[in-house]
Write a protein that binds this ligand. Structure first.
Ligand code: TUI
Length: 314
């Protein structure tokens, strides 16, 4: 099954949940354009999430999702807000969502965990999740070790559930490749940072637009939470700290709040500009609708959707 059928949307595309970047405005624009828009809860308090969900419901009558970041200090409370507000879909990231799945399912919510490896799929298979997002390390932010090219077919060959490919997907050719790898849908993050409806600070957008491949780095490997970011003064400080004897605590202290500084305040010195590798290929400011149409109207996508298991015509 393709995920547009599962999620009751027109195109098999999800917008990546990007903390401090994907709010109600971006999510509603993506949903109104026929994809699945996603509000990212990140580290935000439950009141913020509730307000965003209510705003999104006012701007769109289409399904949308909430991304729950499992390292959030407000995890129990934001998990409860998503259930109470009965959003269509909960996507989880940065951990094992095991103990929350039953509660969301009981609220009639579809649950789609991000999985960085097959081992997590094996643990989740019996819990009744609806699909997986196989997210390769080409993605922005917190990443696993595997590449999209290997992870997507590995998971698609193992599970009967739909697999959504993420990491490195930003246009028709990369999306078509994902369907060829066995995906039933794609998740696109970085490209939506340049969506006109995205409220991220202009400095963030400019950094994504101007990024060269050599500007895209991974920091924080020693902390156990590697994070892909764009080159910046903060990134250089964090990279140097990796060699300090008390690296973990110093990196965590220096990085705390830095994503908000970048996305909300556009702080070029102290901000963390998380981004996927495809930033070097993303440079057009477009509406969410233009982005989605450009991907799915391309001839290569039409061919790929028709040729892949039980294909369909958009
Ligand atoms: O979660 C993301 N991307 C993120 S979260 C984030 S906020 C943050 N900032 C600094 C440090 C940590 C988080 C920024 N970007 N993507 C989904 C994702 N999930 N990537 C990797 C994973 C993941 C990792 C381990 C999912 C499950 C997992 O399970 C481990 C286990 O417990 O089995």
């Amino acid at each position: 099954m393709f995920i547009n059928e599962l999620l009751n949307i027109k195109y098999p595309i999800l917008q990546g949940g990007m903390a401090w970047i994907s709010d109600a405005h971006l999510a509603a624009a993506v949903s109104n354009a026929g994809g699945l828009g996603v509000i990212a809860a990140g580290n935000a308090p439950p009141g913020w999430l509730e307000e965003q969900i209510r705003t999104c419901k006012k701007i769109t009558d289409k399904p949308f999702g909430v991304n729950i970041m499992l390292l959030s200090p407000y995890l129990p409370e934001v998990a409860e807000v998503a259930a109470r507000e009965k959003v269509s879909v909960v996507i989880t990231g940065a951990g094992n969502p095991g103990k929350y799945v039953a509660g969301w399912k009981a609220a009639g919510i579809k649950v789609i965990p991000v999985v960085p490896s097959l081992i997590l799929v094996k643990r989740l298979e019996r819990l009744g999740v609806d699909a997986y997002i196989a997210e390769g390390g080409e993605s922005g932010g917190h990443i696993g070790e595997m590449t999209t090219m290997v992870l997507v077919p590995e998971i698609a060959e193992y599970t009967k559930l739909p697999v959504i490919a993420a990491g490195g997907i930003c246009d028709a050719k990369t999306a078509a490749a994902a369907f060829c790898l066995g995906a039933s849908g794609v998740q696109v993050g970085t490209r939506f940072i340049l969506a006109k409806e995205c409220t991220a600070h202009e400095n963030y957008k400019q950094k994504v637009q101007g990024a060269k491949d050599t500007d895209i780095k991974v920091t924080g490997r020693v902390t156990g939470h590697p994070v892909r970011v764009l080159r910046s003064p903060l990134m250089r400080r964090l990279a140097r700290l990796e060699y300090a004897s008390d690296a973990v605590s110093r990196i965590e202290r220096e990085a705390a709040g830095s994503l908000m500084k970048a996305a909300v305040h556009g702080d070029r010195e102290n901000g963390s500009f998380m981004s996927g590798q495809c930033a070097c290929r993303v440079n057009k400011y477009q509406t969410a609708e233009e982005i989605i149409k450009e991907i799915f109207d391309a001839e290569i996508m039409k061919n790929s959707l028709m040729n892949v298991k039980g294909g369909f015509e958009i």
